[in-house]
Ligand binder design. Structure first.
Ligand SMILES: [Fe+2]
Length: 219
């Protein structure tokens, strides 16, 4: 294990009331949210997918930019819920994990800056699929090349670390989504790992807030 990593700072900051968004590792990796509308959201989103993305069960690639204004209109319970948690949404996208991606999952990555927070809402087949956040020292991250994510935004290229990360750096947490949406820290390097009993397609929708609601991730 590498020494002197962000976890040390993370633990030192534990209980600290000040939120410093320039040091995303001082924020929690994720936080589960109440969602009384979840059943309705699932039904509406699956209906929308059947009509608007008929090949969603076999598609390749994890993130799919969609006509989110249409999705929001046809699935009104999503924005109803955003109102419930008091987080105005800027955009909604779909994340699909199909059988074709079972062997790889989603390799280690971070979200595009300056945004820290994303909100994921489980739609189906989230069991036995895990999101793992890793504590990689900032000087290692600073030395990595920059690449573009599928949306053309600049991000740190963590591909070369994906095979060795589990043996090299401390895992902060491993999380299996259940029946709660999560608000999560996309600036801590994370990846999606698929278990042997996972079912496909695993579907979630991701809400990008207008402003980072970082208070949810304060310790
Ligand atoms: Fe991510």
């Amino acid at each position: 294990m590498a020494g002197n990593t962000n976890v040390l700072k993370w633990e030192m900051d534990h209980g600290h009331k000040n939120i410093d968004t320039t040091r995303p590792w001082t924020l929690k990796p994720y936080h589960e949210l109440e969602c009384p509308q979840l059943k309705q959201i699932k039904t509406e989103v699956l209906n929308w997918l059947e009509k608007n993305l008929p090949d969603y069960k076999t598609k390749k690639g994890f993130w799919h930019r969609i006509d989110y204004k249409d999705l929001a209109r046809k699935c009104p319970s999503i924005l109803e819920w955003c109102k419930f948690i008091r987080v105005p949404a800027r955009e909604i996208s779909i994340a699909l994990l199909t059988e074709a991606m079972a062997g790889t999952g989603v390799p280690l990555h971070v979200g595009a800056k300056p945004l820290i927070i994303k909100i994921n809402i489980p739609i189906c087949n989230t069991n036995d699929v895990y999101t793992e956040w890793y504590d990689i020292p900032q000087d290692v991250l600073n030395g990595l090349p920059i690449t573009k994510n599928p949306f053309g935004e600049s991000i740190i290229d963590l591909d070369d670390l994906d095979n060795t990360v589990a043996d090299t750096y401390p895992r902060i947490v491993r999380y299996e989504m259940s029946d709660y949406p999560i608000i999560f820290n996309s600036q801590i390097p994370h990846r999606v790992v698929v278990g042997k009993n996972a079912k496909f397609p695993r579907i979630l929708i991701s809400v990008i807030p207008i402003k980072d609601p970082v208070h949810f991730l304060a310790h």
